[in-house]
Design a protein around this ligand. Structure first.
Ligand SMILES: [Zn+2]
Length: 352
């Protein structure tokens, strides 16, 4: 049988992690392209943390870059970065930051058809290594297709200085692959959706590595940072292989998006996905206790109090979660959870 459409899988060509990994930036850049011009997209804090250093390192490798300081991941900021990139005729976009700067850089690279290098300064979610970006327009956030990083440079010496809460959140985001995979299976069985067995296996491997090494994920330890970053990279690769975020985003992510939509609590993306994972695994009749224990071992939140959410906020989010992404079939079904089912899920799992 012939292929119905062209399949494309873009994987990072270089993944460099460890103490002082940033020193390799020039070498990595020169391996990717013969161009000697790039643009650095970063923020007020991260420019001091790594942006200026990267500019100097690239200069000593014969590469000229200009630095663009940007803010929130909005459509306007993406347009500004694209305009600046065209102006200096840069061939590579380097994103340096924790979340929004990376999102702006990879969406800009996607729109302009350029290579993108990801240099995370924290590891709070799997976006630092994925082909998706979260961009907001008129106050609402959307997940959009973006460029998979051609290279990921994860300097553990830099990332370890970020608050530990971020790393625990990143680990929780990878852990949420487990309910997401169950949702994917459900989409396959009930809706005939195609499942990529290789993407499935890579995504599951990443989550299992977090579970098996949970006690090694600790503050102020560079090895812990690398352990989590590696699995974040595998999650990103799984998404690239699948051609969608399916292997890393299901009902638990819908819960997180619903919480963000109602603008309640103070949970980070990965933290909300971790709590969502406990509930999603419970709804699947799967081992939610193992997810909860792992989150507790890592030091990621497992209760609403820890992310300043009330029970009523969480119920509202659970009841509307299925609407955040209607095209994606999950355990939440087409009509979502009832109020009493949402309340029971929160109580039985000890989340509320
Ligand atoms: Zn996520």
């Amino acid at each position: 049988m012939p292929f119905e459409k062209l399949a494309e899988m873009i994987l990072p060509r270089e993944v460099i992690g460890g103490h002082g990994a940033i020193e390799k930036t020039g070498e990595v850049f020169n391996k990717l392209t013969s161009s000697k011009s790039g643009i650095i997209v970063t923020g007020q804090t991260t420019v001091k943390l790594a942006g200026e250093r990267v500019k100097d390192l690239l200069k000593s490798s014969g590469i000229e870059t200009s630095i663009v300081i940007t803010g929130q991941a909005t459509e306007e900021n993406v347009e500004k970065v694209k305009e600046q990139t065209r102006k200096v005729d840069a061939r590579v976009i380097i994103g340096i930051g924790g979340g929004s700067k990376i999102d702006i850089a990879k969406k800009s690279a996607f729109d302009l058809g350029l290579d993108f290098i990801s240099i995370p300064t924290s590891a709070s979610h799997d976006g630092v290594a994925s082909p998706r970006a979260t961009i907001s327009k008129n106050g609402l956030s959307y997940s959009v297709e973006a460029t998979m990083p051609a290279a990921i440079i994860a300097d553990t010496e830099i990332i370890v200085t970020a608050p530990f809460r971020f790393l625990a959140s990143g680990a929780a985001d990878v852990l949420s692959n487990l309910p997401a995979l169950r949702d994917w299976n459900l989409g396959h069985r009930l809706k005939g959706e195609k499942v990529s067995s290789s993407a499935y296996a890579i995504s599951e491997f990443a989550a299992r590595e977090i579970i098996n090494n949970a006690s090694q994920i600790k503050p102020h330890i560079e090895e812990s940072v690398w352990l989590v970053i590696k699995q974040i990279v595998f999650s990103g690769i799984a998404m690239s292989v699948a051609g969608s975020s399916r292997p890393a985003s299901g009902s638990e992510h819908m819960f997180a998006h619903a919480v963000n939509t109602i603008k309640k609590g103070n949970g980070l993306h990965g933290e909300l996905c971790g709590i969502g994972s406990i509930i999603a695994m419970y709804l699947h009749g799967a081992d939610w206790v193992m997810i909860k224990n792992t989150l507790q071992t890592i030091g990621a939140p497992t209760t609403l109090d820890q992310v300043s959410l009330t029970e009523e906020d969480a119920i509202q989010a659970l009841m509307m979660a299925h609407k955040t992404r209607p095209d994606r079939y999950t355990i939440l079904g087409e009509s979502g959870l009832s109020e009493s089912a949402a309340r029971e899920a929160l109580h039985l799992t000890g989340v509320a």
